[in-house]
Design a binder for this molecule. Structure first.
Ligand SMILES: Cc1cc2nc3c(=O)[nH]c(=O)nc-3n(C[C@H](O)[C@H](O)[C@H](O)COP(=O)(O)O)c2cc1C
Length: 185
């Protein structure tokens, strides 16, 4: 709580965490998927360049199987059970050049995915973002051109009602995220 008695963190942010157990019977509606993409769409970006794109597929859809094919052994054990898999793409280069499309394309994609993540939580969904997949294989599978990068994926779903979160989540203290860092003795 703050000194004024407000929670320090918005309840949506406080309740967010990244499960690796999903309810494999749960579903996500097309409306909810649209709402997640809408949240990403409204993220800020440098010069409003919006350097992002998403391959989104619900469990059971043909594109879901195509995404699952490229998961690593680790993510393959839990991500397919989520209702929705999303590949998060950043616009890295100007087509046919090695010039940055935007110096901030990865930064901006991260913000868009953060927006999507918080929107998901507002819908009672949970998100685990992850890197454990074959980037090149997935890019080839979906004909992603080389000036775009498949940067991360998100598994989005519901958690079993009786799921007990695993190990406590750790964070650096607030004074440790301020610059300059606190003096050490
Ligand atoms: C860019 C990025 C890559 C990640 N890669 C993986 C991954 O490959 N496998 C995994 O299990 N979790 C992955 N995570 C999830 C993090 O481990 C998780 O967010 C972190 O431990 C903090 O936990 P919390 O989200 O529950 O607060 C990734 C998260 C981000 C943002």
């Amino acid at each position: 709580m703050s000194e004024e008695g407000r929670p320090r963190l918005h309840p949506l942010l406080a309740a967010r965490w990244s499960p690796s157990t999903f309810d494999e019977a749960a579903e996500i509606s097309t409306d909810e998927v649209e709402s997640l993409l809408e949240a990403a769409r409204w993220a800020p970006s440098a010069g409003n360049s919006q350097p992002w794109a998403f391959i989104a597929a619900r469990r059971g859809e043909p594109d879901h199987a195509r995404l699952v094919r490229h998961l690593a052994r680790s993510s393959g054990a839990w991500a397919p059970r989520a209702c929705l898999l999303v590949a998060n793409l950043s616009h890295r280069f100007v087509e046919d050049t090695d010039w940055d499309y935007s110096e901030f394309s990865a930064y901006d994609l991260g913000q868009a995915v953060a927006h999507m993540t918080v929107q998901a939580h507002s819908l009672g969904l949970f998100v685990r973002q992850f890197r454990a997949f074959d980037r090149d294989g997935l890019a080839a599978e979906f004909d992603v051109p080389s000036h775009w990068e498949v940067t991360t994926m998100s598994a989005i779903g519901r958690i079993p009602a009786d799921l007990v979160p695993g190990a406590p989540r750790g964070r650096r203290r607030v004074d440790e995220v301020r610059w300059p860092p606190p003096a050490t003795h």
